[in-house]
Design a protein around this ligand. Structure first.
Ligand code: SF4
Length: 268
């Protein structure tokens, strides 16, 4: 119960801060049968009962050939909770897997995106919710900075290209140790995904970095999430955000003239 409360508080904070859910929304939850999307679905169902606005929640699963166990046991589990659940095998994804077994995440997620929009449309949803967690936000932030040369993570709220769907990630403040514990506590028949077992990937290496650092700094992820919402554009190198001329119209006296006290150069 304490765990559930903690998760709901964090989900509530994300939903409110980023205005994720609005009156009359029909939310389709991308449900992979894993601990994260399971926690997301449960949290939204509980929120629906308590929220001062009306919205509905349904769930869908796309089979892309990556599940390591049959997802069928979830049918009973979700029915018992009164969840409207749609399960679809995505044949183009299965063909991709057969023809290019080592295809990367880019192709896989492009195939999934097409299928997601199609199902959400069939379900009459205007909102699609994904179970990306605080871990995913922090990992993608590091991955982008280190491997793609961009400072970015995941959008908490965004729109499909034709703006027909609002896409939300309400678990952004929820870490995976919480989703793991919650799934264990409820006895949900969690389905592992083949990709989560892969070793030797960038994702795995970044996860290992976090595990190592968090032994000494347990609040690392929450600090990183705060950093993502507290950007000091004047201390980065993006010319779009730098004032190269002084705002008074005068030439700055030189780089040292605008240094602040805490910016001390030291020799190493
Ligand atoms: S991790 Fe696996 S399931 Fe996820 S996008 Fe990459 S290939 Fe697809």
């Amino acid at each position: 119960m304490e765990l559930q409360k903690a998760i709901l508080r964090k989900v509530g904070e994300a939903v409110t801060r980023f205005k994720m859910i609005r009156e009359g929304d029909r939310i389709a939850v991308g449900f992979s049968g894993g601990k994260d999307s399971f926690t997301l679905l449960e949290a939204l169902l509980l929120l629906r009962e308590r929220a001062p606005i009306d919205f509905t929640v349904c769930a869908f699963t796309i089979e892309q050939g990556k599940f390591l166990k049959p997802i069928e046991p979830f049918r009973e589990f979700l029915e018992a909770r009164g969840v409207e659940w749609t399960y679809k095998v995505d044949n183009p994804s299965l063909r991709l897997l057969a023809e290019q077994p080592d295809h990367g995440c880019d192709l896989c997620s492009r195939f999934r995106r097409r299928a997601v929009y199609q199902i959400a449309r069939e379900l009459g949803a205007n909102v699609i919710a994904f179970g990306h967690t605080a871990d995913d936000f922090c990992e993608s932030f590091l991955r982008n900075a280190m491997f793609t040369g961009r400072l970015s993570a995941l959008p908490p709220i965004t729109w499909s290209s034709k703006r027909d769907f609002r896409i939300i990630r309400p678990l952004l403040y929820v870490t995976e140790d919480l989703t793991r514990a919650y799934a264990g506590e409820t006895g949900a028949p969690i389905i592992p995904c083949g990709c989560s077992m892969k070793t030797g990937t960038v994702r795995r290496s970044i996860r290992d970095i976090f595990t190592e650092f968090e032994k000494d700094y347990p609040h690392l992820k929450s600090t990183m999430l705060s950093a993502m919402g507290n950007i000091n554009t004047g201390r980065l190198l993006d010319l779009r955000y730098l004032d190269l001329e002084s705002s008074t119209g005068e030439e700055p006296a030189g780089p040292l003239a605008i240094l602040q006290e805490d910016e001390v150069f030291t020799e190493s």
